[in-house]
Design a protein around this ligand. Sequence first.
Ligand code: JFZ
Length: 443
Amino acid sequence: TTKQPVALKHGAHRVGKRTDADMAKWRSYGLGQFIHWGLYSILEGKYNGKYYNGAAEWIRSWKEVPHAEYDSLYKQFNPENFNPTQWAKMAKQMGVKYVTFTTKHHDGFCLWPSQYTQYTVANSPYKKDIVKQVVDAYTKEGIDVYLYFSVMDWSHPDWRTDLKTKEDSVAFDRFKLFTKNQLTELLKMYPQTKGLWFDGTWDTSWKKSGAFSDSLEQHLKSLIPGLIIGSRLRADEFGNRHNDANGVLMGDYEQGWERKIPKTYADVHGNDWDCVMTIPENGWGYAEKWLGHWKTSYECIEMTTQCVSLGGNFVLNFGPKADGTFRPEEITVAKEMGDWMKVNNAAIYDCEYANCEKQDWGYFTKKQNDDKIYMVVFNVPINGSLKVKLPKNTSIGKASLLQAPSTVLSTEQLDYNASYIQLPKGMKPTSPFVIVIDTKQQS
Ligand code: JFZ
């Protein structure tokens, strides 16, 4: 007996990937930037000389921090060195194709002058609209803009984590209207927006509001045709998130790959997806001290490649300081990634899963709508001879170095789907490099 699908009013409205041009563009990005900036940036992950162990943008939830004091931080928000053009140019040099920017995080402070609350940048000493400046500067550099929005809002008296009483439901109805108003306002004020990145949607109150989030999603999509919304907004009528009761993704791409990367293509269940990643182990907002390991540009390049090789995008987070500047560690990672992308981006942009997974030497990517495949090599054997298992029904026509296209590499075919590729004698790579393969298809 096969399991009958559950009839759902508020489950997925589409099975499989979107097929339109906006989503095709999203799929081609490869690399993105995330930015977490807000009042938490002022505290820098510490309070009263003590360091907070959690993610810096969560510091308001630490017992050491009096809420009244945190909620007054907006009176100090004055990023004198904020230079949106510089931000966008840094992102451009890094090679990112899209940015996701925190318009409002869990604390509720709005970086745009929302007319639905007083708790906005307009009432800070800085006064000016931050979101507009980010949207304009990045758009000018040709980088697509996505707006991060936390539904959960610690500043709003009507926010509830659960709906246990009649009073809760009445309050939460007001909150839902507030949320819809703010989102409508954002899309009307910043019509260049390509998509929304939702967060703070895990509480029972929101999971019980599946009918509302369904209508909200449709409303937002009616405001900007082609708008992209991931799987972190809605719940179905049974409170299932990401995937509905039938296991079908609700949203345009899987938003669950947070600080983790799928191991195999089977793990992504045929969905579009992106992975959002922090440079330190955890923590998205600025913290004075990064405890534990920080990722190097090398690790971030490998993660970018790994994501693209499994059909996803890699999105690296930055947490600017309260004054509007980036910490040197982030500037270095961005610069080094950009230098690498400049040479090797052919293997990242417009690329997809090549029907072959990680091998000893590194990762395959494949140009979309093209048979060209790329080997992004991270590990070179001592004898310079890479054993390559090729995608199904594929053998090597020609193998060459992306950096030196006239260098044709000698190959030895082992069987139809496997070959040795010999690197030029004396080639001692100091960074990951790309081999381009023109394929021969089995007829
Ligand atoms: C959320 C936020 O709480 C956090 O501050 C940051 O903005 C991040 C991008 O998103 O954190 C989450 C959300 C979901 C998961 C983990 C952390 N999750 O699904 O595993």
